[in-house]
Structures are given as C-alpha cells and as structure tokens.
Design a protein around this ligand. Structure first.
Ligand SMILES: Nc1ncnc2c1ncn2[C@@H]1O[C@H](COP(=O)(O)OP(=O)(O)OP(=O)(O)O)[C@@H](O)[C@H]1O
Length: 494
C-alpha cells in the first residue's frame, strides 16, 4: 500500500509543481544549496573583544563583524547582512544606542496603550448612549443586566442592531442545568437558568440506582416499579444486542468508489438521506477480510469517545443486491463470482478523502497553519486513545481523513492493539503495519509502544511540512532510514 502510493505519478506531479512555481516550491533545494556553499572562518579578536569572522560562498566573499556595528555598505541589517537596504522596510537600531532605543520605544508603547484604553472607554460610552436611546424607543424596555451583556457582544459586531432584532435573531442556546452535580444539556429553553437555583429534572436523567438493602418507602407501589425495572432491563438488552445494526432498506450504496485498501473497498452510500461511506470486505478471501472488519468495529466502539477518531456508526450483514445499486454491483462483483452474504459498515463520509490523496492532488501549497491543524488533531487522537490503552500501529497519511474544515480524523482500526497495562507489546502476524513509516523498534525488534505511534505521527507532520520535496528525497535526505530501521530525521530541510 505504502509502496503503491509513493508512485511515480506523485513524483511527476511534484516536478510539475516545482517547474510552475520555482520561487516557492524549490525552497528545500535552495536551503540545501546555501547551507552547503557557506564557509565561515574566524579571523581575529581585537582589543575591544570584538570577534571578526569571514564568510564566503562560491560566488562572492563577504566579511561579517559580530559584536560591532557596521553601518557602512548596502545592507539594512548590520548584524548578519541578511537584508539588502533597497529591499528593506525595516530599520535596525545601532547597538551602541540600544539602551536608549529600548527606553524610548517602551515609553512610546506605554503612551499608545494609554491612548487606546481611552479610545475604548469613549467607544463604550458611545455605544451605551446608543443602546440607552434604542431601549427608550423600544416598547418593552430590557432589564439593565441584559442590556450590558448585549452591549458587550455588539461592540464586536459590524452592523448596529436594535436590542429587539437581536433578541429575535438569537439562536436557541443549549441551557446548562444541573442534577446531582452532573451537568446535562437541554434545548428546551433558550434562557439561561441559574445554576444555584434548584432545576427541574430533565427528561433524560438516569435515576440513581438503589442499593439492595434500601427499603421501599411506605405507600409506594413496589409491584409497578418492579415491572418497570424488568421492562427497562429488557429494553436495554435489546438495544445493546442489536447495537448499531441498521436496516437494509435505509442504506443504498452508490457505484462511487471512495478508496480501497488491502482488505476492503470503501464506497459512497446514502443512509436515510445522509451521505455516508460504506466499507465492505474484498471478495477475494472475504471471510478473512470480514473478520478483520469485525475486529475493526470492535476497536471503533472502544475509540468512540476519542477526539478526531473516525466514527463508525452502523453495520449490516446482508446480500449485496439488497443494498447496492446495479452499477455498484457490477463494479463490486465479477460475473463469475457468486453473491454471498456480506458485511457492510457505515461511517462518516469525508468528501476530501484521505490525507495522501488530498494533499498530493491539491494545486496549492500547504500552509503551515494547515499542518498545525492536522498535527493538533493527530496528537489529540493519540492522547485520548493512549489514555484508553489503545495504540493505532498503522498510522500514515492514507489513514487520515480530512474534513471540510481541514481537520484530520484517524481511520482504519484493524491494526489497533490494546496495551493491557503493559508498556510495550510484541507485534504478531494478526496486526499489519507499514514498514516505510514505522518506528525503528517496530522494524528492529517487532515491538510496539505508545512512542511508536508518536514517531509515525511525527513522520506525517514532517511529510506535510516537506510536501514540495519528492517522496524519494524525503526518504533519502530527511528520514535517512538505515537497514536496522533506525532513522536520522534531518530537519534542516523541513
Ligand atoms: N469515511 C471515508 N470517507 C471518504 N473516503 C474514505 C473513508 N474511509 C475510507 N476512505 C478511503 O478509502 C481508503 C481505504 O480505506 P481503509 O484504509 O479504511 O481501507 P483498508 O482496506 O482498511 O486499508 P488498509 O490497506 O490500510 O488495510 C482510504 O485510504 C480512503 O481513501
């Protein structure tokens, strides 16, 4: 899978991108050149303890004085000569006057801060006057407390609105109510209830379990409550047993193949009108593939509470022709293959697909903020899964799904393992993982620990930060993997 995705198509695409945007896209190569060509020589130290260096590149020779200002020449920055004067909009203070400079700039800053607070106060006053006017025009004057709250909110809004229009536009906000110190949310009222005041019991509150020794209160019909308890127990058992099982009539699988892995095919589907993704085992070795999907379902349930972990929310076992359109069936089966019962798992649909496909097929550069967002998602998911004692093992860009806001969600849990309170586990044949991105201890000793997941997540971040560098160069120059599985992880090109 890994080998396949590092295909020459991507290499070609990278080359094309480099050719079209040379100034930005060849940054990696440029940095490499400049660092290899630069020679710095220590020349001498004079009486004033100033160190004189000489640095040179292939093309020209320059001298740099560290510790002494040098205002001559055509460079705006006299310290490292990084900015030519004609390009610079900055002014660099001379070192001798630096104390004076700090004094004056901090005085100016203090003055400015004072001015801005004064301005803010004036603005607040203006707004207050405005609201007092609109409130007096309004037929139902608002209480003073709410007025000040709205005043604060309105200072950030661009258009001025009257209190009345604001009130009608407000969305019903979830109200925090408290029962037995456990906060629950209810959408019934859009007014904030006071947490101190005794709340009315919400519909979804779970009654406290009575201890077996607790005696029934006098006058309580115990017969009725016993029947209720048995019924609710039966109901709960029914729900848990058929948990997440869906009805064939609610699911329709399109012929749109979203992606495929070694074990499964993922198609776009429709569940009760909602776009979903549907995973099904490959027909070759169907039994084995489906047992892997069942294992995956089990881990999906365990990881359900984690941040940025894909949600699998239903499954069905049925004949493919019950849920697949004719076109989808044609693609899924060959004419010779017999239709057998299949397992279909539905999950959230990510239109942007997996990380590798999305970032490599994009025509624009990846902004560092985007990388940061993916990294936050990735490490949040790792933190949560690791606290539950679960490791992902097969972390790679293909197993990250990107949502419309650019957040990344980990998917494909068939390689997950449980630590069972151990620091590390031995990897068995049951678990598959990707050698190209695996942590050294996985390759060398066949062991896996939480840090191994962190290693693979770091590789993902490094890959995104160096998206303009071809995958082969990434392997050779950045990861620098040795035969033992160890890496050097050279970050100068990142
Ligand atoms: N929810 C989804 N929305 C959109 N595309 C998806 C979704 N789930 C999976 N895909 C696509 O299908 C591909 C294969 O999915 P997945 O990794 O779950 O299959 P697999 O057979 O378990 O893969 P592997 O070879 O890693 O075992 C993904 O890389 C992705 O491109």
């Amino acid at each position: 899978m890994y080998e396949k995705s590092y295909s020459s198509e991507f290499e070609e695409f990278n080359n094309q991108r480099r050719a079209s945007e040379p100034s930005l896209l060849n940054l990696g190569e440029k940095r490499k050149e400049s660092s290899s060509e630069l020679i710095i020589k220590k020349l001498r130290i004079d009486e004033s303890r100033t160190i004189h260096y000489q640095f040179s590149s292939k093309s020209n020779l320059k001298s740099l004085t560290i510790g002494k200002e040098d205002n001559k020449g055509d460079k705006a920055c006299q310290y490292c000569h990084c900015v030519p004067k004609k390009l610079s909009t900055l002014t660099f203070p001379p070192i001798t006057n630096i104390r004076q400079y700090i004094k004056t700039t901090s005085a100016v800053k203090r003055e400015k801060a004072k001015e801005s607070t004064e301005e803010k106060e004036e603005l607040k006053e203006e707004i207050n006057i405005y609201f007092l006017r609109s409130a007096s025009v309004s037929s139902q004057p608002q209480p003073a407390e709410e007025e000040s709250e709205d005043t604060q909110r309105i200072t950030r809004s661009k258009a001025r609105q009257s209190l009345d229009t604001l009130a009608t536009q407000k969305e019903p906000t979830p109200t925090l109510t408290a029962t037995n110190d456990i906060p629950t949310y209810s959408f019934r009222s859009n007014k904030r209830t006071n947490l101190q005041s005794k709340p009315s019991a919400p519909d979804i509150s779970i009654p406290k379990q009575k201890s077996p020794s607790a005696k029934p209160k006098e006058g309580v019909d115990t017969h009725v409550s016993k029947i209720d308890a048995t019924e609710s127990r039966r109901q709960a058992r029914r729900i848990v047993k058929g948990r997440a099982k869906i009805d064939a009539k609610d699911l329709q699988i399109d012929d749109h193949l979203l992606g495929e892995g070694q074990t499964s095919l993922v198609y776009k589907a429709n569940y009760k009108g909602l776009d979903v993704a549907c995973k099904m085992g490959r027909l070759q070795d169907l039994k084995e593939n489906e047992s892997k999907i069942v294992r995956e379902l089990d881990f999906a349930a365990k990881l359900y509470t984690c941040r940025f972990v894909n949600r699998y929310f239903g499954w069905i076992q049925c004949n493919p022709n019950e849920v697949m359109t004719k076109e989808a069936l044609k693609k899924y089966t060959t004419s010779s293959s017999k239709l057998v019962l299949g397992l279909f798992v539905i999950q959230r649909y990510f239109p942007k697909g997996d990380g590798r496909t999305y970032f490599h097929s994009r025509k624009t550069l990846i902004h560092p903020f985007e990388v940061l967002q993916v990294a936050i998602c990735l490490f949040s998911a790792l933190t949560d899964a690791h606290s539950l004692g679960v490791g992902f093992v097969d972390l790679k860009l293909e197993n990250l799904l990107i949502d419309s806001s650019g957040s990344a969600w980990i998917t494909d849990f068939e390689s997950c393992i449980e630590f069972n309170d151990k620091e590390e586990v031995h990897l068995t044949d049951e678990v598959s993982w990707t050698v190209g991105v695996a942590a050294p201890e996985m390759i060398e000793d066949g062991i896996f620990c939480k840090a191994s997941d962190v290693f693979m997540a770091t590789v993902i971040v490094a890959e995104l930060l160096t998206a303009t560098i071809s995958d082969q160069v990434f392997e050779r120059k950045i990861l620098q993997r040795q035969d033992s599985g160890h890496v050097n992880f050279v970050t100068t090109l990142v």
